[in-house]
Design a protein around this ligand. Sequence first.
Ligand code: COA
Length: 334
Amino acid sequence: MSATITTASGAKFARILSTGSYRPERIVTNAEICEHIDSTDEWIRDRSGIIERRYAALDETVVDMGAAAAAQALERSGIAPTDIAMVLTANVTHPYPTPSAAAEVAYRIGAVNAGALDIAAACAGFCYGIGIANDLVCGGSAKYAIVIGVEKLSDWTNPKDRGSAFIFADGAGAVVIGPSDTPAIGPTIWGSDGSQKDAITMTQSLIDYRNTGGEIFPALTMQGQQVFRWAVSEMPKVAGRALQAAGVALVDLDAVIPHQANMRITDAIAKALKLPSDIPIARDIAYTGNTSAASIPLAMDRMLAAGEIPSGGTALLIGFGAGLVYAAQVVTLP
Ligand code: COA
């Protein structure tokens, strides 16, 4: 006889309750980057929009930064750490395949009752996390969840690679997600295209590095023009699908927060969407660089703190990167 199984049932809606962030102390100027590559401050500003970026200290880890951002988001939410049921850490730069960064972050912030896992969806990881956390809360697997985007890309960047050294940086951002009386996270539009896996990848695997006695530690490498073309042609369509799925018109947005890949990609997305000039679009990359999974929550936290975007307003989030992968959704800002 088959037994009747009780299934979980969750909240009708979920929302972002709070944000937190961590920006490492050390500012790295374009002049410092140009000590290692044949380039100029002017070229880097012109081609990427980056004026400076931040690098973590040598002994500062993905876990340190992720825990700092998560602790701030948690404190601002007023939710007890013991009430968090899931910690999702979106990153690709934690140097241990196992254990996860999330398990250690959960322990550090006192989320001792939480499940924990890392999301390896590169620069789209934070938006993947929002989609998953929404479904955990609405599906009944978690009342509260924390989504963290954190990267220490400086560890995985070759400072002598002219094609990528100026782009990547370090940092962490986090949000607490919980139940809501009203709709506040739209459907997540996501996808992947593994046929373009080489567009952003590593110079070699760690196993190949070990087996061949490699001298140059594996680092990120990027086909810049291929990534640029894909992002500019595909992401406006993904943005349109996320708006349509949420039933929100572009003109009703209070903010667009795309992954901070490159200022020219941000400009191209704004142009392709015909984004009205009075709707702010995140340009955090200028002083933050490309922090992959951390870039959207870092930008959201800064824009809210600066009063550039309203608490309770409606924002379109869109992440995209190595895989190639993407995810987008419309959310109510905390
Ligand atoms: N400094 C100065 N000159 C550089 C340079 C650098 N760091 N890198 C390349 N150049 C030069 C090249 O030598 C070439 O010179 P040439 O015309 O005399 O031959 C010229 O700039 C164009 O090179 P190219 O590689 O075609 O550069 P680009 O215009 O595609 O710009 C990127 C390079 C990386 C800025 C650009 O491709 C880009 O923005 N890509 C998207 C990357 C991105 O967003 N990645 C993150 C994804 S998550």
